[in-house]
Design a protein around this ligand. Structure first.
Ligand SMILES: Cc1cc2nc3c(=O)[nH]c(=O)nc-3n(C[C@H](O)[C@H](O)[C@H](O)COP(=O)(O)OP(=O)(O)OC[C@H]3O[C@@H](n4cnc5c(N)ncnc54)[C@H](O)[C@@H]3O)c2cc1C
Length: 459
């Protein structure tokens, strides 16, 4: 009889695991059943801001593989609109609720992949259903927001709550749709994933793009008129709004895992080993936004909810379940985004992370340009490096600039991954031609500056 693999969560991590396992083991050996509470499988939440802005015209462009394609091409039994409500490890079965048809299904498993993603942080005030207030976690959320934006009376004043990358991308999307946008952030600057000096550059660019930024402000409630959102209430008074988007960050979605007794790590994510197995629970695997990962620079367990990791982790789990061998060796915290034309990249530790992890370090900031200064379209680029003292090991890097800025972080991520020192980095053979870089690439200029800064400290 075929073994049965059950997947909870039909997006990046879950369906990567399912398809990799299927590639290695046919239907006769392995039956695969995936439960997904939404309507879609393998969709790109990352693309939602670009769908809302209108840059990506169709929702279906964000769906990499439909439930039907999984059934027909992969022989995977996808049960959409089925929410798993319990995992019984002793009986090795899951209980799922049919959200449309009603009723309950019980399904036994030999192998379980827990890939439920993350849940949006929802303060008390955001728990009440208020018409015109949206999250942007799923395609269904995106569709509801679009519907609101296109319905009469058309909203004109948007408030985005939260200045992380989702909030920043959504602020851009709404400005591009012609709304007036205010972004409210509790911290002193948006983009807390970079250091405050770099975040200030992002804030400046956002203001330049017409987004009003209200920092150091705490949202305390929502006020309604005639059953619709009327204002966001803050500690500094109300801000009128006819549409509100919440981007307050996410937490690992571990409710079912905790109830079943799966181990939770210090970051709040499910603990997994390098092969994405849940330690001490044979046959149970976890991947994606619900797990914690090893940070390869700090050595600490961290929760970094990004699609890039979810896909890789799901793939690793699937290869192993399929009888192969694969590992997920950890993360260095690389992320990129853009707000209007400004690009932002980061990798490794921020100053405060480096301090928390106990490193001694120097920081340098180099101002340069994306292209040779004389080449048309040359724009400013700021590169910040954090290097350990006295070793010179790169600990972190951030880049803010115009075109060609963000993906330059990849060279720095590779240097970080390979534990390079800034001294070694000064000699890196990076590409140069006037349309792409000054003769000394901004990354090399920053590395040279870091070597000088280390020398100044006597190393
Ligand atoms: C607006 C936005 C922009 C983003 N941009 C980027 C980006 O640019 N780059 C990047 O790397 N990442 C980005 N991300 C993050 C990325 O989308 C996630 O990291 C990725 O989707 C995680 O994949 P996952 O499979 O772990 O979880 P999810 O994609 O959250 O999938 C989990 C699935 O499990 C289902 N589920 C949960 N509980 C149950 C249950 N009990 N029963 C059945 N089904 C259940 C959910 O419905 C969901 O479909 C963005 C996210 C958002 C919201």
């Amino acid at each position: 009889m075929a073994e049965r693999m059950i997947v909870i969560g039909g997006d990046a991590a879950g369906m990567s695991a399912a398809s990799q396992a299927r590639r290695r083991r046919g239907r006769a050996e392995l039956e695969i059943v995936a439960f997904e509470r939404g309507h879609f499988t393998s969709y790109s939440a990352c693309g939602i801001p670009y769908w809302i802005s209108g840059l990506v015209p169709e929702r279906d462009q964000l769906v990499a593989r439909t439930p039907a394609a999984f059934r027909d091409e992969y022989d995977i039994d996808i049960r959409t609109r089925h929410e798993v409500t319990a995992i019984d490890l002793a009986r090795r079965e899951v209980v799922a609720r049919d959200l449309d048809g009603g009723g309950e299904v019980r399904a036994g498993f030999d192998t379980l992949v827990y890939a439920t993603g993350a849940t949006p942080v929802q303060p008390e005030w955001a728990r009440d259903e208020v018409a015109g207030v949206f999250g942007v976690q799923t395609l269904d959320d995106g569709a509801a927001l679009l519907d609101w934006l296109e319905r009469e009376p058309r909203p004109r004043h948007a408030v985005v709550v939260g200045g992380g990358y989702v909030g920043v991308e959504m602020a851009e999307a709404l400005v591009q749709r012609g709304l007036s946008v205010q972004l409210v952030e509790q911290a002193a600057q948006p983009m807390a994933t970079v250091d405050p000096d770099m975040g200030e550059l992002v804030a400046e660019a956002m203001r330049g793009a017409g987004i009003s930024i209200r920092t150091g402000m705490t949202v305390t409630g929502l006020s309604e008129r005639d059953g619709r959102i009327a204002a966001v209430v803050t500690d500094e008074g109300p801000i009128p709004a006819d549409v509100v988007v919440l981007g307050l960050g996410v937490r690992p979605n571990t409710a079912l895992a905790e109830a079943a007794g799966l181990p939770i790590g210090p970051s709040g994510g499910i603990r997994v080993d390098r092969r994405m197995r849940v330690p001490g629970v044979p046959g149970v695997w976890a991947a994606g936004d619900c797990v914690e990962s090893l940070h390869r620079v700090s050595g600490m367990p961290v929760h970094v909810p990004l699609g890039t990791h979810a896909n890789k982790q799901g793939r690793v789990a699937g290869i192993n379940i399929g009888g192969g061998y694969a590992t997920f060796p950890g993360v260095v915290g690389t992320a990129v985004t853009k707000v209007c034309e400004l690009e932002v990249g980061r990798t490794g530790l921020r100053e405060r992370d480096a301090t928390e992890a106990g490193f001694e370090f120097v920081t340098v900031t180099a101002e340069s340009t994306n292209r040779a200064g004389y080449y048309p379209g040359a724009r400013p680029m700021t590169v910040k490096l954090i290097a350990e003292r006295p070793s010179g090991r790169l600990l972190g890097a951030q880049i803010v600039g115009w075109s060609e800025a963000a993906k330059r972080i990849d060279a720095l991520a590779v240097a970080l991954w390979n534990r390079m020192t800034v001294d070694e980095m000064t000699a890196l053979d990076l590409g140069y031609a006037p349309p792409y870089a000054p003769v000394w690439d901004p990354v090399l200029i920053a590395a040279r500056k870091a070597v000088d800064a280390l020398a100044d400290t006597g190393r």
